[in-house]
Design a protein around this ligand. Structure first.
Ligand SMILES: Nc1ncnc2c1ncn2[C@@H]1O[C@H](COP(=O)(O)OP(=O)(O)OP(=O)(O)O)[C@@H](O)[C@H]1O
Ligand SMILES: [Mg+2]
Length: 479
């Protein structure tokens, strides 16, 4: 009919671009103002705490990158330091506009609606990761999971600081494990020889001598620097480990990072990461480092606490899937550096609940480590220390660091022990008649000497050369 459109229609379509451009102008103007406000030196983004139940706090009104640090305001007169009114926290997750924050220390005194501030002023696009002290200035020191001194040997602010994250090493660039490391323990040096850059697990139930064995290694191992991470264990043990087990000579070339059970789960996880970071730093300076972590299980438990608190569903034995990803991520950071550089030989203790070797963390650790030393409760109870179950233990890098003759010798030793063990009951009741099995006869005759070889007092060291001479006397190598 007519090609003319109704007047009202014309009016609307003509108005639409006008409204849009009007909005656009406003938005541009607003953006400019925001940018200018944000660039003011005294301006800080801030959000509000909206929920505090359990371990995690929820905050709105602030956008921070995952893994970045922030400050939470506490009410006056509280906080974890003298007059300190802010608690540090880390962004551990988000959901929609809500941020999940995990405080690093106690947050008693937190008020509903408390302010949340970005740690590094107004740069929201950059993750403001915390920085930790590193380097030789830490030798002989005891620090917490935040890199703050626990001893009274002065502040650490003057030392070089760096974030905990480091880029992963290209697996092809890593030096192979090809030299032995002397750990000063006869049973390990002789039968479970460890290579520089190897990562071993120490699997045991509670109270069977893990800490004592680690302490002996810390004192006797042929390494330039020792880094000890005491993660999630009893607080009382920290002092005991430092004073009685490590001793003055051990501490002099060591750094101890202690995040005992009563610290926040984040601090425990961070403690393990920090100990690893320290070891990496020494390795990158070309040194041979011994890293001792007691315990990997408590690290996994801290990771579980955090993951469950931010709503990740539990999978195996209450452990959410992310925990099984975090373990290799931590362990892979140890090991050899680039060719010609330093090394990190690491020992991680793994708790086997009720001496159950099938615990999911134990299982996962066994798969990612280069060998395991199993401590047996039965041996410990009979007073056999270190209570290493030689039959159940293995060093996967041993074939790469010793020749085939030594390998055969160690196998011969193990076979003799297991032959004796299998017939132990018969021998004890006197039902065993010699002359029927020459191998068993030999095992029976040698057994007391084999047992003596495997035992070692706390304050006794057994170097690798001495160990080999003794081993040659017990099991002569046939060329
Ligand atoms: N080489 C050794 N010689 C003599 N006694 C030892 C030796 N190793 C361990 N012990 C004894 O075993 C006890 C427990 O050792 P330790 O504290 O190392 O066990 P643990 O496995 O670390 O225990 P937890 O699981 O409670 O941390 C020690 O107090 C000590 O009496
Ligand atoms: Mg212990």
């Amino acid at each position: 009919m007519t090609e003319k459109r109704p007047v009202s229609d014309i009016g609307q379509s003509a108005k639409a671009p006008e409204v849009a451009s009007h909005h656009q102008r406003w938005r541009l103007a607003l953006d400019k103002v925001t940018q200018r406000v944000e660039s003011l030196s005294h301006y800080r983004h801030e959000g509000r705490v909206t929920r505090a139940t359990g371990l995690v706090l929820e905050a709105v009104g602030i956008r921070l990158p995952l893994g970045s640090a922030c400050l939470i305001e506490l009410s006056a007169g509280t906080g974890n330091g003298d007059g300190e009114r802010f608690a540090e926290a880390e962004v551990v997750g988000f959901s929609g506009d809500k941020l999940f924050l995990m405080p690093l220390a106690d947050t008693s005194g937190l008020l509903p609606g408390a302010r949340v501030l970005a740690l590094s002023g107004n740069r929201l696009d950059v993750a403001s990761a915390r920085r930790f002290p590193l380097g030789d200035g830490l030798l002989g020191r005891v620090v917490d999971g935040n890199g703050r001194p626990l001893d009274d040997h002065g502040p650490l602010e003057q030392l070089p600081h760096a974030p905990l994250e480091t880029p992963p090493i290209n697996p092809l660039a890593r030096a192979p494990i090809d030299t032995t490391i002397d750990v000063g323990i006869r049973a390990i040096n002789g039968l479970l020889t460890v290579g520089r850059g190897q990562r071993m697990g120490l699997f045991a139930g509670s109270g069977v001598g893990k800490s004592v064995l680690l302490g002996m290694m810390a004192r006797y191992t042929d390494a330039d620097v020792i880094v000890v991470g005491l993660i999630g264990e009893r607080g009382r043990e920290v002092q005991d480990f430092i004073e009685n087990i490590l001793g003055e000579e051990g501490l002099a070339r060591a750094v101890v990072v202690a995040a005992p059970a009563d610290t926040s789960p984040l601090q425990r996880m961070q403690g393990a990461a920090y100990a690893t970071r320290l070891a990496e730093d020494f390795r990158d300076q070309g040194r041979n480092v011994l890293l001792i972590m007691d315990s990997l299980t408590r690290y996994a438990m801290a990771a579980r606490e955090i993951a469950l608190a931010i709503g990740e569903p539990p999978a195996t034995k209450g452990y959410p899937p992310s925990v099984f990803a975090k373990l290799p991520a931590l362990v892979e950071r140890a090991g050899n550096g680039k060719r010609g550089g330093g090394s990190i030989t690491a020992f991680y203790t793994v708790l086997t609940e009720g001496d159950d070797q099938q615990d999911p963390i134990a299982d996962s650790a066994r798969a990612i480590l280069d060998g395991h030393i199993v401590l047996s409760r039965q041996l410990a109870e009979s007073g056999h220390y270190p209570a290493i179950d030689i039959e159940a233990s293995i060093s996967r890098a041993m074939p790469a660091v010793v020749d085939t003759r030594r390998l055969r010798q160690a196998q011969g030793f193990k076979q003799m022990i297991s032959r004796y063990q299998r017939n132990r009951d018969l021998i004890n009741v006197g039902a065993y008649v010699s002359g029927q099995d020459p191998q068993l006869d030999r095992a029976v005759a040698l057994y007391p000497r084999l047992e003596t070889f495997l035992q070692q007092r706390m304050n006794e060291t057994a170097g690798i050369d001495h160990t080999r001479t003794e081993l040659d006397r017990l099991i002569p190598i046939d060329d």
